[in-house]
Ligand binder design. Structure first.
Ligand SMILES: CC(C)(COP(=O)(O)OP(=O)(O)OC[C@H]1O[C@@H](n2cnc3c(N)ncnc32)[C@H](O)[C@@H]1OP(=O)(O)O)[C@@H](O)C(=O)NCCC(=O)NCCS
Length: 253
């Protein structure tokens, strides 16, 4: 499959997963944090879950310009993500300023800082850190909703499907979420698209951690010198995954 087709297919998968959610979402849209997210990352990462106000509070003019033609749903999630990211950066004493985006839709973080944003219909998180020991981070939030089997086969490898079938206690979106946060973590470094079947996840249920191995279908090279860390948390209403890369074996707890 060529890159453009792969990217289009993955976008379709992401959109299909989202529409699955919209069809089954709760009527009430109460934005709340149902758990402590701080264990998703090492302590030097500031993670902020968007408050109710953050979904509606206007951004600075440069940021608002990025969503001026967007539908209301997109404007809300963009504002939630940017406001949460500003709050996280403030905790780190990062210099204030607009968080624009590059040609790959990645947020452009202030010099010396890095981060990641995720939003679903009724939850949004931003995680930020000073660049240094941490080389990149990725975060994802998903509702605890089922995934239709028609979609799951585009996301899971055969090994992952078998693993999930053996562990019905795990949220069905775990593989999807972990791969989305993994993509956000690696894509800024690799700068090339890679699809869901490029990696196979190895999930450590008792420690709520995950790692991965590239599959035979993988067309990109993951930087060998960097150490990958993947974690997940299951709350009452949402699932969270976080990935980060460290330069070498370092204290990350
Ligand atoms: C990029 C992608 C992972 C984002 O996920 P999403 O379903 O749009 O939803 P999320 O809300 O979780 O994340 C959106 C945020 O991710 C960030 N983002 C977008 N593209 C990004 C990229 N290439 N790298 C890092 N972060 C990115 C942005 O901050 C965006 O929010 P914003 O536009 O409001 O700033 C997804 O759109 C995609 O392209 N997936 C296909 C590739 C993939 O997942 N492969 C799996 C490899 S194992």
């Amino acid at each position: 499959m060529n890159v453009t087709r792969g990217l289009k297919q993955c976008k379709l998968i992401s959109t299909a997963v989202e529409s699955d959610t919209i069809q089954t979402r709760r009527k009430s849209q109460h934005h709340y944090l149902d758990m402590d997210l701080s264990t998703l990352f090492p302590p030097q990462v500031a993670i902020v879950s968007a408050t109710n106000e953050m979904w509606t509070s206007p951004l600075c003019s440069e940021e608002e310009k990025l969503i001026e033609g967007s539908v209301a749903k997109r404007q809300r999630e963009f504002r939630a993500g940017r406001n949460a990211a500003h709050a996280a950066l403030e905790r780190l004493d990062a210099p204030p300023g607009p968080l624009l985006r590059n040609e790959n839709r990645q947020p452009v973080w202030p010099q010396g800082f890095l981060g990641s944003i995720s939003h679903c219909n009724d939850s949004c998180v931003a995680a930020c850190a000073a660049a240094g020991e941490l080389v990149s981070i990725g975060v994802d939030v998903e509702p605890l909703k089922p995934l239709s089997t028609g979609i799951a086969r585009y996301i899971d490898t055969d090994e992952e499907s078998a693993f999930m079938a053996r562990h019905g206690e795990l949220p069905r979106r775990l593989i999807f979420s972990a791969k989305e946060s993994l993509y956000k973590c690696y894509h800024p470094l690799i700068r090339r698209f890679f699809g869901f079947h490029s990696v196979s996840l190895d999930i450590d249920i008792s420690n709520r951690r995950f790692n991965f191995t590239p599959t035979e279908a993988c067309k990109v090279e993951f930087p060998q010198a960097l150490e990958f860390h993947g974690r997940f948390l299951v709350g009452e209403s949402h699932l969270y995954t976080g990935c980060f890369l460290t330069a070498a074996a370092s204290a990350t707890d």
